[in-house]
Design a protein around this ligand. Structure first.
Ligand code: ADP
Ligand code: MG
Length: 283
């Protein structure tokens, strides 16, 4: 699947957000946007440029300017630090997928601020959004969305092919290592149709992890699986978090799985109505 001739031209510049002065902890104070010092302020926490995700007053409406315009997210403020493992729960229609799509830079918010890796995303053009997405985010969906004509290994390396324009030996080795970590070393050459639902979803998780993103967004990743496979997939995400420090934001309807996350954010009617930390028993 590699295209050696194109590799140089398509290799994106390394993303400058991480490790740049913008994200240095020492600057967070100087950048705190608190112009108004009146009674009762601050209403929100000071800006924290070390946060992985920082939403302030985030709104999302669909069909803007049309008669059927409807606001789905009503001014959310949320911070996620590096290495957190967070459940996002809430009734159907409360806006969980919309929030994940906004966080995933797949849908633009209609108002408010979204900083990812300390970088304001409003105003970024498609090229910059694609680059930031490729550097910062991995995605797991309820349905695995693997390409049926490609092997498990090719599916896992696909995001790298799209991001870098090539899959070099190191990238392929990383994909194989991730498949092995998912218990799928022997399945690297198999097509999705030859794998069980749980195995397909584990391939999808390897695909989400292949660019070593600091954050994986998972929208009901176990929603289509039987109990046993769901437990297995969830346990693998916890292990990736523990061993690699990857942050996860996992939408789930399953109270048992939400209970196994370190923090639970609850969305109802487009508003955050709960946000609590939970202590987990040791591994
Ligand atoms: P959840 O994932 O919590 O079930 P969603 O984010 O999918 O909720 O949907 C929240 C609300 O936004 C629902 O009322 C849904 O109908 C509406 N919605 C979702 N996507 C769109 C869209 N592309 N266009 C218009 N309305 C949408
Ligand atoms: Mg949804």
């Amino acid at each position: 699947m590699s295209a050696p001739g194109r590799s140089q031209a398509l290799t994106p510049e390394p993303f400058k957000g991480e490790g740049s002065p913008v994200s240095a902890p020492g600057r967070s104070q100087a950048l705190t946007p608190e112009p108004f010092k009146g009674e009762g302020f601050p209403v929100s926490a000071p800006a924290d440029d070390t946060a992985l995700v920082a939403l302030e007053g985030l709104r999302k409406a669909y069909n803007l300017g049309r008669p059927n315009e409807a606001e789905v997210l009503h001014g959310l403020s949320l911070r996620i630090a590096r290495g957190e493992f967070v459940a996002l729960i809430g009734p159907s229609g409360s806006g969980k997928s919309t929030l994940l799509n906004v966080l995933g830079l797949l849908e633009p918010p209609t108002a408010g601020s979204y900083r990812l890796l300390g970088r304001e995303t409003a105003g970024l053009d498609d090229t910059a959004l694609t680059r930031l997405r490729g550097q910062a985010l991995g995605f797991v969906f309820q349905f695995h969305h693997l390409l049926p004509a490609f092997s498990a290994l090719e599916n896992v390396t696909l995001p790298l092919l799209m991001r870098d324009g090539r899959v070099d030996a190191a990238a392929e080795a990383r994909a194989r290592e991730l498949l092995a970590a998912m218990g799928l070393a022997a399945a690297a050459g198999k097509r999705p149709g030859e794998l069980s639902g749980g195995m397909q979803q584990r391939v999808a998780i390897a695909r989400a992890m292949v660019g070593a993103p600091p954050l994986v967004l998972a929208d009901e990743p176990t929603g289509n699986l039987d109990r046993h496979s769901a437990d297995e997939v969830f346990a693998l995400m916890r292990r990736l978090h523990r061993e690699r420090g990857t942050a996860f934001l996992v939408v789930t309807h399953d109270p048992g799985l939400a209970a196994r996350c370190d923090r639970v954010v609850e969305l109802v009617d487009g508003q955050i109505v709960g946000d609590r930390a939970q202590t987990q028993p040791g591994p």
